[in-house]
Design a protein around this ligand. Structure first.
Ligand code: COA
Length: 584
């Protein structure tokens, strides 16, 4: 079928649904929800059998839903309505939540239900639940709804009155989110901030200045209990530590609200001067106090390294910290080292927000790309152990190539990879991709990987040669299977010979063309991106970190605006015609 996605942006959920539906043979065009006129025009051009709205914050125009079935993905259980569905569920600590696919009608979220999927809630941020449970449930529900539409054209009969149902909930306002520092315990503070992460954050104050709080974690209470609730008691890495009435929370990220120019930043960077003199709480990977990097001794010669940086972005100092941790590991190498990355994102490359905040974004871009290159190089040169990249979360740009520095790349089926750098103002990219890509099995063509601006499913990445194996029905099953496989690899009597071959191959590759040469060539191009006349990267980065809403849909997504594609469908794509042609 021809399907039109109407969405606020091509976010992770929309990307996943796009990959699910195109894998089933549907033709999916995408239009960003910019205005009713643009939406109506897109429908007229594409003449879809079905409109799917993965991520929408406004009503679909009546001129569209009256004539074409429009399926809206709502991140709530059946009967739940309103714009803050997941926020309320997290704030109220419900045990079970869900996703409903309903048909757009005059009243918001009140049309016939085509499909729904429930899931058990986790103690996690709203954005993490959205990226994992909501996305998985939405993928199942949307595929089910689309299959039902293709088969019958009608929604299933409404469920009986015994089925648990949600209700209308209003927009969650900052007044609902506000932290009552003298009375809210740590659990409540965490829940409030998690319900607002990654947007809009909880409006509060730090150092007498208004700001929004994100990325909160609980810490053991300070030794002296003499701190007033809400008081800032120190800093730990990039987080500001605040006392609660019964403990301590680390606030990792904030967006200052004392001017329109602010965007989300690590807390100590957003309040650089104010936090400079604070007590610095030491952290170390070795004793398990590092907030982002964690070593897990699995036993049987296997070590797992987790690096769960907020949003998967790695700043210069984070790259350096991770590289130091890696060097410590490699000094006494395990037989197999598993790199788990983070739970939501394996890695998304250099930290664009930190770069944007620098006095010279070009200089900070340069430092950051060199730091991630150093890290990647350390992985490439780790020839005394077998390195496994275990992608439990999605990866973007340089994060994908960092994973390819491993000997083996495994991914969970729901993972989405965006290996191209082009969407960030035509960046050329580094992280030794010019070395790492051709050495993958099947030597994937750079044009196929870097030239296409569309996301890849784990399965497509495997077909292209970027990923070795895809398995695991859930994140937990994936992790368990990774560790079982890693143990088998470590116990394999052929491992010493495999490592010997790895060392020989590295020496051979180095003799043929030194790693330094690849890096120099890549960085020469990156230097032009950072310091050259073309400001595309700087503009794209500024828009990205400020979450500027796009004013048009990029052409590679809006395929309905391609005259060749329009010509391909002279007749309106009705359900019957699509079924007759076997496309559905
Ligand atoms: N630096 C800083 N922040 C980043 C980031 C990066 N490299 N990559 C993602 N983020 C942040 C986003 O700003 C967003 O922040 P929010 O919590 O304030 O909303 C959050 O991570 C989630 O990103 P989003 O774009 O909403 O997720 P997605 O699943 O829709 O898309 C990507 C994932 C990777 C495709 C997309 O985030 C992306 O293109 N990132 C940039 C990758 C890049 O160009 N890196 C630099 C070159 S190495």
């Amino acid at each position: 079928m021809r399907i039109l996605f109407l969405t606020r942006s091509f976010n992770g959920l929309a990307q996943r649904l796009y990959l699910e539906l195109t894998a089933l043979g549907h033709e999916v065009a995408i239009e960003f929800d910019i205005s009713d006129a643009v939406t109506t025009e897109a429908v007229a051009l594409w003449r879809p059998a079905l409109v799917v709205a993965p991520f929408l914050q406004r009503a679909i125009p009546e001129a569209v839903w009256r004539h074409t079935v429009c399926l809206v993905v709502h991140p709530g259980i059946v009967g739940d309505r309103g714009p803050s569905a997941l926020d309320w569920a997290v704030a109220e600590g419900v045990c079970e939540w869900g996703v409903t696919v309903l048909q757009a009608e005059a009243e918001m979220d009140a049309g016939p239900v085509w499909a729904s999927q429930n899931f058990a809630m986790r103690e996690a941020t709203k954005s993490s639940l959205y990226r994992q449970e909501v996305t998985e449930a939405a993928a199942r529900a949307v595929v089910g709804a689309v299959q039902r539409f293709a088969a019958t054209g009608a929604p299933p009969p409404a469920a009986g009155s015994g089925t648990p149902r949600g209700r209308w909930r209003p927009l969650m306002k900052q007044a609902d989110r506000a932290i009552d520092w003298p009375h809210d315990d740590t659990r409540t503070v965490l829940r409030k901030i998690r319900a607002a992460d990654g947007a809009p954050g909880v409006r509060d104050e730090l150092f007498g200045l208004p700001c929004h709080l994100f990325d909160a974690r609980a810490l053991p209470p300070p030794p002296s209990a003499a701190h007033a609730p809400g008081q800032v008691v120190g800093r730990r890495q990039q987080a500001v530590l605040r006392a609660t009435c019964d403990g301590l929370v680390a606030i990792g990220h904030v967006r200052r609200a004392d001017g329109p120019e602010h965007f989300k930043l690590p807390a100590t960077l957003a309040f650089l001067a104010e936090t400079a003199a604070l007590d610095d709480w030491p952290t170390s990977v070795a004793d398990g106090t590092d907030p982002d990097i964690r070593l897990e001794a699995i036993g049987d010669g296997v070590l797992a390294l987790h690096f769960d940086f907020y949003n998967g972005a790695v700043s210069t100092t984070q790259c350096q910290r991770l590289r130091n941790a890696l060097r410590d590991v490699l000094a006494r190498p395990p037989r197999v080292l598993v790199l788990f990355g983070g739970t939501d994102f394996w890695c998304n490359g250099i930290h664009l927000n930190v770069i944007e905040a620098a006095a010279s974004p070009a200089d900070e871009s340069w430092r950051n790309i060199n730091a991630i290159d150093d890290l990647t190089q350390t992985l490439i040169e780790a020839t005394d152990c077998l390195v496994v990249a275990a992608m439990q979360g999605s990866a973007g740009a340089g994060g994908v190539f960092m994973a390819l520095a491993a000997d083996v790349v495994w991914a969970r089926p729901g993972v989405v990879l965006n290996p191209h750098y082009k969407n960030m103002g035509n960046l050329y990219g580094s992280e030794y991709w010019t070395y790492l890509l051709p050495r993958r099995p099947g030597s994937p063509q750079p044009a196929e990987v870097m030239g296409r601006r569309l996301p890849l499913s784990a399965g497509q990445a495997q077909a292209l040669g970027l990923v070795d194996e895809v398995f695991g029905d859930s994140p937990a099953a994936f992790r368990a299977e990774v560790l079982a496989r890693a143990r088998r690899l470590a116990a394999d009597p052929d491992l010493p010979a495999r490592l010997q071959a790895k060392r020989r191959q590295r020496l051979h590759d180095e003799a043929l063309k030194p790693l330094a040469a690849y890096r120099d060539e890549e960085l020469a191009r990156m230097r032009r991106n950072f310091y050259g006349f073309d400001p595309s990267y700087h503009i794209a980065r500024s828009n990205f970190v400020r979450r500027v809403a796009p004013s048009w849909t990029p052409r590679h997504l809006a395929i309905h605006r391609d005259p060749a594609r329009q010509g391909a469908s002279a007749a309106p794509a009705t359900l019957d015609q699509d079924q007759d042609s076997g496309q559905a």
